[in-house]
Design a protein around this ligand. Structure first.
Ligand code: 0L1
Ligand code: MG
Length: 253
């Protein structure tokens, strides 16, 4: 018998205490994806106002980094947004890592089990370059697929740059550069995320339909880390730049 409230409470405590825990699926027999999304739903219900959603593990670079090979989704709590220019206080996290994202700003509601990438683009008001700060609550980022889903796909904080209308942009071809302390550490294009960032968002919408959820106008969606994530410590500066979308810079203290 899987105790979803107990698992949610353990993850909440790990986050509050900044102390990583061991794999939950090693401890709870039969802890599968459905049980994990049930835990995540409980965390979502306790998270206060939501800003939107995130995709996880949509690119090969990300899947290879953590050894999990299927896309996942999580939620974005409004209170975890970082403002432009706001430093990341690393001591508030366990093991923060940063990764570049293409962020969708929805202009219309969108839901249903057969939504396609073109429907996503039609419902998108604007896109932006963003940075996700991951912070796995599992020791050394060692987790199974259900583990990481229950842990809201390692969501920590997120930073969204200035929004630009999506019309006329080929999001597959948007080049993205990740810099760490002035050095280019990874590059990618939008196609790294399930072939097209809008296809990744369509996958999210179809998955949310199974939970009777969907996107609402004004939601933001992190469409999936395009490169492996870089670990950060006090004094670091991480910059994500996307062609036509500009840059976001995160200073760590
Ligand atoms: O792409 C992502 O946001 C990954 C989330 C889960 C895996 C990880 O912690 O890197
Ligand atoms: Mg991400």
């Amino acid at each position: 018998m899987i105790p979803p409230d107990e698992i949610a409470a353990r993850l909440t405590k790990a986050k509050a205490d900044r102390t990583a825990i061991g794999s939950l699926s090693a401890e709870f027999d039969g802890f599968d994806l459905a049980a994990a999304y049930d835990v995540q739903r409980r965390l979502r219900n306790e998270a206060g106002p939501l800003a939107g959603w995130k995709l996880g593990l949509t690119s090969r670079a990300k899947q290879a980094q953590v050894g999990v090979s299927e896309p996942l989704y999580g939620f974005l709590a409004a209170s975890d947004a970082l403002d432009l220019g706001e430093p990341l206080v690393t001591a508030r996290h366990i093991q923060p890592r940063c990764e570049p994202e293409i962020v969708f700003v929805m202009g219309a509601d969108l839901s249903g089990p057969s939504v396609t990438a073109s429907a996503v683009l039609a419902a998108t008001a604007a896109v932006a370059v963003g940075m996700e700060v991951l912070d796995s609550r599992y020791k050394d980022y060692k987790f199974t697929t259900p583990d990481v889903v229950a842990d809201n796909t390692s969501q920590g904080r997120y930073l969204v740059g200035s929004a630009v209308p999506a019309a006329g942009l080929d999001l597959r071809l948007l080049g993205v550069v990740l810099e760490h302390n002035g050095e280019v550490v990874a590059t990618a294009s939008g196609a790294a995320s399930l072939g097209h960032p809008a296809a990744a968002v369509a996958w999210l919408v179809r998955s949310l339909a199974a939970e009777n959820e969907g996107l609402r106008a004004g939601d933001i969606v992190l469409s999936g880390g395009l490169t492996a994530a870089v670990p950060v410590k006090p004094g670091d500066v991480v910059t994500a730049t996307a062609d036509r979308l500009g840059s976001v810079e995160l200073g760590c203290v």
